[in-house]
Design a protein around this ligand. Structure first.
Ligand code: SF4
Ligand code: SF4
Length: 178
């Protein structure tokens, strides 16, 4: 996880693609942040979300505010917004994981309904033996072990559905809904 800067302190960000030579595939973009004389690197996370706007929120310039206030790139996949009616939109959001969360909280504070689009990770609590192996591969700390109870915690809002935890689980307690 990358969380060593605050939103207001970000001065410069540059995005580029990284080629994984092992697989030949393009991996996540990389975000470079210049802050206090240091250039730091953070992985770009992507989330696809469904938005439902009440009438009063339709006029909010959503993609502009996401970019300006949260450094989030918003790609409009689908939109159905008419004046004085409820609007619906599917957006693909890209940015730092913490700022993605802040952006979604902000949208909810504007009475916009936000739900994750499409695939989601499902944990079978009955099968899980709380071994913690999945927490070691989770890049966003969506999976953690409670330090007191040693039980698995899953914070869905942090999950970017990278699926790395699925193969890490020795008892097949993690799956994806399609
Ligand atoms: S899919 Fe699993 S490993 Fe990937 S972010 Fe979600 S919980 Fe973490
Ligand atoms: S790897 Fe599987 S069994 Fe272990 S904590 Fe994660 S979900 Fe539970």
């Amino acid at each position: 996880m990358f969380s060593t800067y605050s939103q207001s302190a970000v001065l410069i960000s540059v995005r580029f693609l990284v080629l994984d030579f092992a697989t030949g595939k393009i991996q996540n973009d990389v975000l470079l942040i210049y802050q206090g004389g240091n250039l730091q690197k953070a992985p770009i996370m992507k989330k696809r979300v469904n938005l439902t706007f009440p009438k009063r929120a339709i006029s909010i310039p959503i993609t502009y505010r996401l970019a300006k206030d949260f450094n989030i790139a918003a790609n409009i996949i689908r939109a159905q917004v008419a004046p004085n009616k409820v609007g619906k939109m599917v957006l693909e959001l890209s940015g730092d994981i913490d700022q993605l969360e802040e952006a979604m909280d902000w949208m909810r504070s504007q009475d916009i309904e936000v739900s994750l689009h499409g695939r989601e990770i499902v944990i079978n609590d009955t099968a899980c033996v709380d071994c913690g192996l999945c927490t070691g591969v989770c890049p966003t700390e969506a999976l953690t072990l409670d330090p007191k109870t040693f039980q698995l915690n899953f914070l869905r809002s942090r999950c970017v559905v990278c699926e790395q935890c699925i193969t890490a689980c020795p008892v097949n307690a993690i799956s994806i809904n399609l």
